[in-house]
Design a protein around this ligand. Structure first.
Ligand SMILES: Nc1ncnc2c1ncn2[C@@H]1O[C@H](COP(=O)(O)OP(=O)(O)OP(=O)(O)O)[C@@H](O)[C@H]1O
Length: 231
């Protein structure tokens, strides 16, 4: 089954009188359980495509189904509820709340759910254990290394048990060793927890952890977006 199915997807932005065409009729299939790396030159549209798949932005034309739902037809409220049920986000700069402990940061997405306070605590503990940070629960972000902060961000992304993880340059701010640890963790989440992952990266070493890599250039997938296009 396809986790992501993208058809004839186009996106343009208006800048005053000017129209900037960023994606031109992209077709892409991401099967359930896939770990896809998206690469390509700066400005080729990688983040734009990722944000559309993650329901953070709406297309100008085309269709996007994720986890069996047509997200391009949703309004703001539906999209926000769909996002909290379906997607975990991991960004380059972690986006943790500086005043909150690791535990509280990981509990944050659960505030939108009906879980009780003690269930929220318990689920956040489990997520922090999964990323190997059980002993850093009470630390605030500035008391953690970059790699540890990214692991907290990954715990926060998986705490609601999403079916898909959307990662934008997850190792972009990390040294080589921390990058390898983070990529190893993402691979484990893919292989052992069955998470489908779509990741944008500039780093060929990070892309090696994915099961396949597709390349964007000037808003088009140069190797085609079908599952047969494996590298
Ligand atoms: N909100 C916006 N308004 C206008 N233009 C935008 C907007 N967001 C992105 N763009 C333009 O869309 C193009 C693609 O941007 P995008 O961030 O998707 O590229 P990218 O491949 O992820 O680049 P990078 O590797 O540098 O992050 C760029 O030319 C950018 O200037």
């Amino acid at each position: 089954m396809s986790m992501v199915s993208v058809q004839r997807l186009s996106k343009s932005y208006r800048r005053g009188p000017e129209k900037v065409e960023v994606l031109h009729g992209v077709d892409l299939e991401v099967p359930e359980g896939d770990f896809l790396a998206l690469m390509g030159p700066s400005g080729s549209g990688k983040t734009t495509l990722l944000n559309l798949i993650g329901g953070l932005d709406l297309p100008s034309a085309g269709e996007i189904s994720v986890s069996g739902e047509r997200i391009d037809r949703m309004d703001g409220g539906q999209l926000s509820s769909w996002r909290s049920r379906t997607v975990g986000y991991i960004f380059q700069f972690y986006n943790l709340m500086p005043a909150l402990t690791a535990q509280k940061n990981v509990e944050l997405p659960l505030l939108l759910t009906k879980l009780s306070g003690s269930q929220r605590k318990q689920n956040a503990r489990i997520a922090l254990e999964l990323v190997g940070l059980a002993d850093r629960r009470a630390h605030k972000p500035n008391e953690l290394s970059g790699g540890q902060q990214q692991r907290v961000a990954i715990a926060r992304a998986i705490v609601s048990d999403p079916s898909i993880l959307i990662c934008d340059e997850p190792t972009g701010d990390l040294d080589r060793q921390s990058s390898e640890e983070i990529m190893g963790l993402l691979r484990t989440l893919n292989r052992d927890q069955g998470k489908t992952i779509v990741m944008v990266t500039h780093d060929p070493r990070a892309a090696e952890y994915a099961s396949r890599t597709l390349h964007l250039d000037k808003g088009t997938l140069v190797d085609g977006g079908g599952v047969a296009a494996r590298c």
